[in-house]
Design a protein around this ligand. Structure first.
Ligand code: ZN
Length: 353
């Protein structure tokens, strides 16, 4: 096996398979198996991107201090491979700073990016760059975002980033001083032609899927275009952030819209992997939200199909295990039932810790 330390080549294993060069890590926030099944049923079992998976696994999601995790602890586990307490981001239960896989990729000379439909300082994206004990510490999270040197940031959060930065001007100005090209509307995404970029295109979260159109798949495609413009290799995290939000609201129709939107972004990533050997796509969730079930409309199963009536059992998160779908180079190297920290640990190994 030839080590690909500089990431400028696609070298091969002994068996001739190309080495993993790019990682696209896709997180459906709150997306359990029922949320994926909701799409499957709505699409009348037409194959979706989830059905293209070449490998599957399952992960348990508990946090260090609660069998039901929040998105901060779950994001930290998925980003760093270490459990922490609910509400903590990027530090362990003793307050020790953890290393997210974005940092591992940077050490390897690879580009890094985050694409989300929440605001960019929300828990899941923040787990990939922030180190704070409370997810509500917006100032600390913005400070860590500006210091992270992540090459590509696309999502919401325009109001917070327009706020005052301690070094003068706004946070947008702070990114500008570091050479970032800044976009503040979805239309401006198309004008971005080189890294580094910061696109905060909504005041807080992006609007719901029905209103934001193809933003997530389009932003994913733009991110892949910019991150693969040279041969350095990259790590990209894409989050379907709002699946969770509508599960909290027990709104099955909007959950379906969000899962469908996320699936389109997954398809973009898988298509990229098809045309770029050396790319691994990992699709998973941080936890399940809503306790969603898909019961039959009637209990008598001797009758023809009686419909499926989505029901939620809670407005909060649950302790259910969640799925992992793998596609592309290295998809065969991750399988089975594992903890969320083990999944992250294996991805970190593939990136090179
Ligand atoms: Zn939630």
């Amino acid at each position: 096996m030839v080590a690909c330390l500089l990431g400028a080549c696609v070298s091969c294993n002994d068996d001739g398979a190309p080495e993993m060069h790019n990682v696209i890590y896709m997180i459906g926030d709150g997306m359990g198996l029922a949320q994926v099944s909701l799409l499957q049923v709505a699409e009348d079992y037409r194959p979706t991107a989830f059905d293209r998976a070449e490998g599957v696994a399952l992960i348990a999601t508990r946090s260090a201090n609660n069998r039901v995790t929040d998105s901060a602890a779950a994001g930290t586990a998925l980003a760093t491979g270490t459990k922490t307490a609910n509400a903590s981001l990027g530090i362990d239960t003793a307050g020790v700073r953890l290393v997210p896989m974005t940092e591992c990729a940077q050490r390897r000379g690879r580009h890094t990016g985050l694409v989300v439909t929440s605001y960019l300082h929300h828990a899941t994206p923040a787990a990939f760059y922030a180190h704070v004990s409370d997810r509500r510490e917006d100032e600390g999270i913005l400070r860590d975002m500006a210091a992270s040197d992540i090459d590509l940031l696309i999502g919401g959060g325009r109001s917070a980033l327009g706020g005052a930065c301690p070094e003068g001007g706004t946070w947008f100005d702070a990114f500008g001083r570091k050479g970032y090209r800044v976009a503040q509307s979805p239309e401006m995404l198309d004008t971005l032609s080189a890294l580094p970029v910061l696109a905060a295109v909504a005041d807080k979260h992006l609007p719901r899927a029905e209103e934001r159109g193809d933003f997530l798949p389009r932003a994913t495609r733009k991110a892949l275009e910019l991150l693969s413009a040279d041969d350095a290799g990259f790590f990209l995290m894409v989050e379907g952030s709002q699946i969770d939000m509508f599960c909290h609201g027990n709104d099955a129709r909007c959950v379906l819209d969000e899962v469908r939107d996320f699936e389109r972004a997954v398809a973009v990533a898988m298509d990229f992997a098809d045309s770029h050997p050396g790319t691994l796509v990992v699709v998973t969730a941080d936890h399940e939200t809503g306790g969603l079930t898909l019961p039959s409309g009637k209990d008598d199963f001797t009758l023809p199909d009686s419909g499926v009536e989505p029901r939620f059992s809670t407005g909060g998160h649950t302790a259910s295990i969640v799925p992992v779908y793998l596609y592309g180079t290295g998809a065969d190297r991750i399988r089975g039932l594992m903890d969320n920290t083990e999944l992250a640990g294996r991805i970190k190994q593939l990136i090179g810790e």
